[in-house]
Design a binder for this molecule. Structure first.
Ligand SMILES: Nc1ncnc2c1ncn2[C@@H]1O[C@H](COP(=O)(O)OP(=O)(O)OP(=O)(O)O)[C@@H](O)[C@H]1O
Length: 448
C-alpha cells in the first residue's frame, strides 16, 4: 500500500519542490498551504506521515502536531523549522514530534528522515494490529456463550485466572479447551510471559521426553548440541499440556515430579533443573476410566485435578448456537469482504444438529458456507448435506436404548429450559422425583 503524506508549507516554492520529490519516491502527497486546510485534512483522513512547517499563518505547526497526535497517535510528524525557531522545534519534539529538519534542508536528508518515519509508522501499526488480534483471540469476552453453562464457566475462569493453581480442562474435541487455556494464561499474572503448548498426542513416544525436558549435547546419537525443552521455554509462564490422557506412563511419572517439586532432569544430565511454570492440562478422554484401566497414574490424576473445568458439548448448550453463528459470520464476512447472513430456518437447523465436532465443526460449517455462498442469504439447502442427513443416519446406527436415552436427555433439557432451571417444577412436569431428576442430570452429564 502506498504511504500518504500530508505536507503543510506556506512557502510555495518549498511546498511544490518537496511535494514533487516525495511523489517521485512513490508516495501519495497532499500539499496544503495553511494550517486550517491541514487541520481539516487531518480530521477527514488518516495519513501515514505529516510534514509541517512550524511557523505558519493563522494556525501554527505546533497546533497541527497536537491535533495529529490526538487524531492518530501512530502517525509520525516531522517539523520543518527556520534557523530562528529551533527552540520551537525542540518543544515540538518534547510534545511527540518524530524529528525536525532545519530549513534550508538537503533533499536527501529530508527523504531519509521521511523513510525512517514511515518505517516507524509501519511497525507501530503492525504492533497495534497484532495486539488487537491477540486480545480479540484470547481476551475473555471472545469466548462466546451466554447460556447458564457458559456463564458458570466464565465465573470459574475469572477465579482461576487469579490463582496460580494447576488446572485440568475436560471436554470433547472442539469444545474450546485450548481457547480456555489461553484465556486463563492471558488473564493471569503470567499473561505477559510465554505460554507453551504441547500436544502430547502428536509427539511420538520416543521423542516426547526430549521435547518436554530437552537434552544435553551427546545425550543420544544426533544430539549435537544442548537443546532446551518445552518446560524450559515455559519458565515463568504457562505450559499447556494438551491431550494429556495420551502421555506414556513413564512420562507421566516425570510430569508428576515437575508438578510436585518443579524440577526435572534433561536427557543426558544428572543435574536437576528447576522451573517456575503454571501447568494447564486438557484432555477429551475420560481420565477416571483411564485410571481404572491402569493407563493413567492415579496420583497424577489427583495432582492435576486441583481445579477441574468441564466444557459442555455444544449440543448441550443449544442456546449459544445463534450467538456463535453470529460471531463466526461476522468474522468470516470481515475476512472475505462479504456480507452473508443465515436465514432463520438455517439457524434453526443448525440448532438441531448434534455437532459431534462441537464449536470447531460449527466454525468450519460457517466458513465453508460463506466461502461458497452464491447468494447473500444462506438457506437450509445451502448447508452441508450431512446436516440434514446425519440425524437419520445416526438414528439408524443407534440401539433402542441409546435412542431412548437421547430422547430422555433432550426432553429433560427442554423442560428445564421451560422452567428456567427450576428443578422442582421440572421434576413435577416430568412426573419424577427431584432425586430421580438429579440422578438423570448427572447420568446424562448435563451441564446446567
Ligand atoms: N465458546 C467459544 N467461543 C468462540 N470460539 C470458540 C468457542 N469454543 C471454541 N471456539 C473455537 O473453536 C475452535 C476449536 O476450539 P479449541 O481448539 O479451543 O478446542 P479444543 O477443545 O482444544 O479441541 P481439541 O480437543 O480437538 O484440541 C477454535 O477455533 C476456537 O477458537
Amino acid at each position: 500500500m502506498k504511504h500518504s503524506i500530508l505536507l503543510v508549507e506556506d512557502e510555495k516554492i518549498v511546498r511544490v519542490s518537496l511535494a514533487d520529490a516525495l511523489k517521485s519516491e512513490g508516495y501519495t502527497v497532499l500539499p496544503v498551504a495553511d494550517g486550517n486546510q491541514a487541520l481539516a485534512a487531518i480530521s477527514e483522513a488518516d495519513f501515514s506521515l505529516v510534514i509541517t512547517d512550524i511557523r505558519l499563518p493563522e494556525v501554527s505547526g505546533v497546533e497541527i502536531l497536537r491535533t495529529s497526535l490526538t487524531e492518530n497517535s501512530s502517525t509520525p510528524v516531522i517539523m520543518m523549522t527556520a534557523f530562528g525557531s529551533i527552540k520551537d522545534a525542540v518543544e515540538a519534539m518534547r510534545m511527540g514530534a518524530f524529528d525536525y529538519i532545519t530549513k534550508p534542508f538537503d533533499l536527501d536528508e529530508m527523504l531519509l528522515t521521511v523513510k525512517r518515519a514511515l518505517e516507524l509508522q509501519t511497525i507501530t501499526c503492525e504492533n497495534i494490529r497484532l495486539k488487537k488480534e491477540l486480545t480479540s483471540y484470547y481476551g475473555g469476552p471472545n469466548i462466546i456463550g451466554e447460556g447458564k453453562a457458559m456463564q458458570a464457566i466464565f465465573a470459574l475462569l475469572d477465579k482461576i485466572s487469579r490463582t496460580d493453581s494447576t488446572v485440568l480442562i475436560l471436554g470433547e474435541s472442539g469444545t474450546g479447551k485450548e481457547l480456555v487455556a489461553s484465556t486463563i494464561h492471558y488473564q493471569s499474572s503470567r499473561g505477559k510471559r510465554p505460554i507453551i503448548r504441547v500436544n502430547c498426542a502428536a509427539l511420538p513416544d520416543e521423542l516426547i521426553e526430549s521435547e518436554l525436558f530437552g537434552y544435553e549435547k551427546g545425550a543420544f546419537t544426533g544430539a549435537v548440541a544442548k537443546k532446551p525443552g518445552r518446560f524450559d521455554l515455559a519458565d515463568t509462564g504457562t505450559i499447556f499440556l494438551d491431550e494429556i490422557g495420551d502421555l506414556p506412563l513413564l512420562t507421566q511419572t516425570k510430569i508428576l515430579r515437575v508438578l510436585e517439586e518443579r524440577t526435572f532432569e534433561r536427557l543426558g544430565s544428572t543435574e536437576s533443573t528447576t522451573v517456575n511454570v503454571r501447568v494447564i492440562a486438557a484432555t477429551n478422554k475420560d481420565l477416571e476410566k483411564s485410571v481404572h484401566e491402569g493407563k493413567f497414574r492415579e496420583d497424577l490424576y489427583y495432582r492435576l485435578n486441583v481445579i477441574p473445568l468441564v466444557l459442555p458439548p455444544l449440543r448441550c448448550r443449544q442456546e449459544d448456537i445463534p450467538l456463535l453463528i453470529d460471531a463466526f459470520t461476522r468474522k468470516f464476512n470481515d475476512q472475505m469482504g462479504t456480507d452473508v447472513t443465515f436465514s432463520a430456518e438455517s439457524v434453526h437447523m443448525l440448532m438441531n444438529y448434534h455437532f459431534p465436532g462441537n464449536v470447531r465443526e460449527l466454525l468450519n460449517i460457517i466458513e465453508r458456507c460463506i466461502a461458497l455462498a452464491s447468494e447473500r442469504v444462506i438457506r437450509p439447502d445451502d448447508l452441508p448435506l450431512h446436516l440434514s442427513g446425519t440425524r437419520a443416519q445416526k438414528t439408524s446406527l443407534l440401539t433402542l436404548q441409546d435412542i431412548t436415552a437421547e430422547a430422555e436427555k433432550n426432553h429433560i433439557i427442554q423442560i428445564l429450559k421451560l422452567t428456567g432451571g427450576n428443578r422442582s417444577r421440572a421434576a413435577e412436569i416430568l412426573g419424577i422425583s427431584r432425586k430421580t431428576l438429579w440422578e438423570k442430570i448427572n447420568g446424562h452429564q448435563l451441564a446446567l
